[in-house]
Design a binder for this molecule. Structure first.
Ligand code: PLP
Length: 426
């Protein structure tokens, strides 16, 4: 007799719906297929043996869309650029947090973003995008896509609907737009875009069908669920919170089956899927995702409160400090479940003072990236956003005295002690 617990493949226990964190150790994995191993092995293989030539033919017919899938037929394993058990289990688990139909894992956040945009954008299309966006995304939108005849049109996040309306009113945009690309909260200012309102506005003005894609790296997959607000596609740098230990590079795209089949087809041809080893590490990380993100979110509040009261700090950009006086407050209340673990602040002075502070830190590492177990500090103006046009940078609020913090899982009092001694040296 098999123990049904060891074969927990569904999302329910009788009628009781299980939460994602309860399923991260088991969902999508059947131990009896792997000698009873409680953890999935790393399927470190490039190719898979077919039981017969007929089976190989049937797998390829399905993979290349030459026939419809039979009821209960699963996609056969062919070659690790198409699929691999570690990636398939990982992808099933990733769908749970965002309540998505299907997921695809990639070699990096940029691999997920570039593969997804290349899947859906064609010459003559325009993509409306929030600003600022991650530096690599900014480069892909403004430098790469125009070489393929795709027009990027930016609007500033945190400007309510005004910026988006202006962008939509530019000549030709309403005719050309086929995608709305949103990054919210924006890096590094934590400015918000109202996903539902922006989607509705663009859908009402656009002459063609549009897809809404949201980079959910900063708050997801725990504290924000863009699919619930009308997004079609959710994107992640899994290098950040999902990986969470600063020891891997990976990305994810999620959405409905019909869209994800197209994304996966492009992934197979571009060869941008991640490896079995990284897939396995991400499964390890997902088991503690909620614990880590909850600890980071709680500590960030102590740190942000400390900074807000410090005489050498001019302004703190932290979602937990929004009040009814802020335009973003209503968006935050509607769209976000918690303020997350990212804080930016302006130090009294300029770049010199910001650098002196950064150089004096001991427990915080001076490094880019975010979402890992260790706390990080960086200077957006000179580092992550250094290739943004200086004038645009100031418009986005990225000033020379701005510092960005990613809060890890250390004790908040220890983090505050480090900030205190570093600020004292400015
Ligand atoms: C880091 C990051 C990316 C790029 O991800 P990689 O894994 O570094 O390729 C994209 N979007 C956001 C918001 C990021 O922070």
């Amino acid at each position: 007799m098999s123990n049904p617990q060891q074969d927990l493949h569904g999302k329910k226990l009788n009628d009781h719906a299980l939460r994602p964190e309860s399923l991260m150790m088991s969902y999508g994995y059947r131990p009896h297929l792997s000698e009873g191993a409680i953890k999935s092995p790393i399927f470190q293989t490039s190719t898979f043996a077919f039981k017969s030539a007929e089976e190989g033919k049937a797998f390829f017919e399905l993979a290349y869309g030459l026939r419809q899938r039979e009821e209960d037929e699963e996609m056969g394993l062919i070659y690790s650029r198409h699929n691999n058990p570690d990636l398939e289990i990982l992808e099933e688990r990733l769908t749970l947090w965002d309540d998505a139909e299907e997921a695809a894992a990639f070699a990096s956040g940029m691999a997920a973003i570039s593969t997804t945009l290349l899947t859906f954008l064609r010459p003559g299309d325009a993509v409306l995008h929030s600003e600022p966006v991650y530096g690599g995304t900014d480069y892909f939108l403004k430098q790469i896509l125009p070489q393929f005849g795709v027009r990027p049109v930016g609007f500033i996040a945190g400007s309510g609907q005004d910026g988006l309306i202006q962008a939509l009113e530019q000549p030709g945009v309403a005719e050309q737009v086929t995608m709305l690309y949103i990054e919210t909260p924006a890096n590094p200012t934590n400015a918000l875009v109202d996903i539902a309102a922006a989607s509705a506005l663009v859908r009402s003005k656009a002459r063609r069908n549009i897809l809404v894609a949201v980079d959910n790296t900063f708050l997801g997959p725990l504290w924000q669920h863009p699919l619930k607000f009308g997004a079609d596609l959710v994107l992640y740098s899994a290098t950040k919170y999902i990986g969470g230990h600063s020891d891997l590079i990976a990305g994810v795209t999620l959405g409905r089956h019909e869209l994800m089949q197209q994304v996966k087809g492009m992934r197979t041809i571009l060869g941008t899927a991640t490896t079995p080893q990284t897939g396995w590490l991400l499964m390890r990380s997902l088991e503690t995702l909620k614990l880590r993100m909850t600890a980071q979110m709680k500590s960030a509040r102590y740190v942000a409160d400390y900074l807000a009261d410090h005489p050498k700090v001019e302004k703190v950009y932290y979602l937990g400090h929004l009040t009814e006086a802020d335009t973003d407050y209503a968006v935050y209340r509607k769209q976000c479940l918690a303020p997350g673990g990212m804080i930016s602040f302006q130090i009294v002075g300029g770049e010199k003072e910001a650098f002196r502070f950064l150089n004096a830190l001991h427990l915080f590492h001076l490094a880019v990236s975010l979402g890992g177990t260790e706390s990080l500090a960086e200077h957006p103006g000179a580092m992550t956003h250094s290739d943004v046009d200086p004038e645009e940078r100031m418009e986005m609020g990225i000033t020379p005295n701005m510092v960005r913090l990613s809060i890890g899982v250390e004790h908040p009092e220890d983090l505050i002690a480090d900030l205190k001694q570093a600020l004292a040296q400015v």
